[in-house]
Design a protein around this ligand. Sequence first.
Ligand SMILES: O=P(O)(O)OC[C@H]1O[C@H](O[C@H]2O[C@H](CO)[C@@H](O)[C@H](O)[C@H]2O)[C@H](O)[C@@H](O)[C@@H]1O
Ligand SMILES: O=c1ccn([C@@H]2O[C@H](COP(=O)(O)OP(=O)(O)O)[C@@H](O)[C@H]2O)c(=O)[nH]1
Length: 735
Amino acid sequence: MNKTIIISNRLPLQVKLENDELTIKPSVGGLATGMRSVHTEGNGIWVGWSGVTEEELTPELSEKVQEAITREKCVSVPLNRQDVEDFYFGFSNKALWPLFHYFLEYAEFDKDQWESYKEVNQKFADVVIENIEDGDTVWVHDYQLLLLPKLIKDKKPNTSIGFFLHIPYPSYEIFRVFPWREELLHGMLGADLLGFHTYDYERHFLSSVKRLLKLEVNFNEISYHDRIVKVDSFPMGIDYQKFHNAALKHEQRSPNEKTEFHRRLEDHIESSPDAKIILSIDRLDYTKGIPNRIKAFEFFLDKYPQYREKVRLVMLAVPSRSNVDTYQKLKRETDELVGRINGKFATVSWTPIWYFYRSMPFGNLIDLYTSADVALITPLRDGMNLVAKEYIATRVNNDGVLILSEMAGASIEMSEAILINPTSYEEIADAIKKAIEMPLEEQKTRNHILQKRLARYSVEKWAEEFFKSLNATKTIKEAIVAKKLEKHLKDKIISEYHNADKKLLLLDYDGTLVGFKNNPQDASPDDLLITLLDNLNQNENTDIVIISGRDRETLSKWLGGNGYNLITDHGVWLKHAHKDWEPLERIKKDWMDKILPVLETFVDRTPGTFIEKKNYSLAWHYRKADPELAQRRTVELNTVLTHLISNNELSVLEGNKVVEIKSSNVNKGRAATRFLTDKNYDFIMAIGDDWTDEYMFEELPENAKTVKVGFKNTKAKYYLKDTSEVRTLLNQLVS
Ligand SMILES: O=P(O)(O)OC[C@H]1O[C@H](O[C@H]2O[C@H](CO)[C@@H](O)[C@H](O)[C@H]2O)[C@H](O)[C@@H](O)[C@@H]1O
Ligand SMILES: O=c1ccn([C@@H]2O[C@H](COP(=O)(O)OP(=O)(O)O)[C@@H](O)[C@H]2O)c(=O)[nH]1
């Protein structure tokens, strides 16, 4: 049976060794808690690091760890102390984590740690490859493993690979700072589907891909070598029923079923029974905005003194990455702040901040969630933030107020919460007041909507949607594979060609016979191409037609003396071999005076673009421009042109990084069909790469072999990857 392999840095269970004692606990953090439910329900294995280094494990301990891991359907990737130091505490948490969370000032880019990051990604790849069987699906998680999709794809090209990023993907302006940025993007593009929590992260990623790798992106699909990589947003949910049911049980339990922690919590509450509880829970991480939150709470108590002794901030900070100095500093800062503020405001019967620095088992988390009147969640940046969702899920009576930072991915789906900017003490203080004073009816209305959404889009649903989308990429892949000119299809075409009596080869020029250059005039034919076309032209009963959007002058200069047939200007001019040019169409050019000034304003406003004036058309090229600006300008230009062109005389063609305006009655399909009438061809092959060639593919007779260069949507019957594959095929036709 096919299985799913989940891969993340951490396994859902964390092994710790303290004083030679082995403890095995569930891992903390959104990724592990969220994916745990997906893993237990499904059929498959989870590959990750156990939490202990190779050096720590004696053979005896190793056996115990192995047992526990296997019981949980997990496979561990052995990491040594140096790996953990350089790959995990080092590169992952000192370079990628701060950079992706916009903390540029904390990001350190150390070459040795980068090397370790690559090596450890390879170690993960080795374990995964050992465990993969044909038909398995792989789901890679998070920033620690950005290179892994490519490492797996290179070895197992037929495996379906999904990747999900749990943290924000930063804006291009931040990402471009990263020294090994291209390598990282290529690593991710090994996946067939890339998932992000929000649309913003998705569009930031696409922006990096377009600008740094100059790849073609069509909505959310990236053309990458011979594959299409799909990108989409999937906001991660929680195991709603688990939290909701636990809270219900919590309500119904008898006093002697209460946990020790809950009894202490109740004692505390009783010490000032009217005080509202404001709760915050997070890993102690600088992205979570903990000092800001404490200072904003101080600001609140100063601004609204009537609430002193009427509120209490219960703050759970879970130890995290404590080997990293920024985290150690944060710990000191938090301790000091809590101490100072408690010192400033505390009375005999009231301590404003009740602070825990530890992790809590599930039952105690439920105690906290259900006791809190308000949840105050104020990260400066957060991929999603599951705590916000868990708090709402536990509100079984629909009361309680969530105050949530707009910098958390969760805020996109939780607009019924009170959303705040976490850097504004004023906003946070006012939000606390609003929350405390919010009428019960309003609390219920807001929570009801939130709960309905969370219950529907649970973590199971999230995983299901992701897999559905990953499976759909198989269909795209299969469509490409079916049309790819593999050897057996090629051999068939070659043999049909040799057996035919009258053969016609219609060959587009740019992007088909030669690659693109920034300046179109630099794309002249090289000697190898001329030799190839000359040899082909000597084949008996073969007519070669170079059919191009290029103007007559350029193609005359480059190929005019070589005895091939030429069709230029998308079909305005025809030159039969060794004969003079003849017009295929009679067309007007007076429209150009009206359109040219418009295009010039687009050139002025879009750096890197220019106009190519052809005899019968005007082309606006944007190959060198910022791809996103160019995309926007293209839409704008199309709108402007639609208003200017009042009848059907002109058409606007979008080619490869070019918009071309030309007479409507001219296109390569019409020109090719005209050429066909010369002889009774029994073998026709047309090869082209862009949109303008689609006319040709569409209008040629059914038995024509139509070939698209590049794996884009097409009417053609076959695909070739690039110009070099085109040349190889043509070489094989030479007798
Ligand atoms: O493994 P650690 O270094 O101890 O860190 C814990 C996890 O923190 C991060 O969680 C993220 O995933 C959550 C779920 O998608 C999301 O809600 C949160 O905003 C993220 O920060 C990290 O991404 C994981 O890899 C860590 O395991
Ligand atoms: O003592 C604790 C505190 C928190 N959590 C869990 O840790 C996760 C935190 O995820 P979140 O997305 O809020 O942030 P992350 O830590 O992943 O950045 C939530 O599922 C919490 O229930 C936990 O298991 N034990």
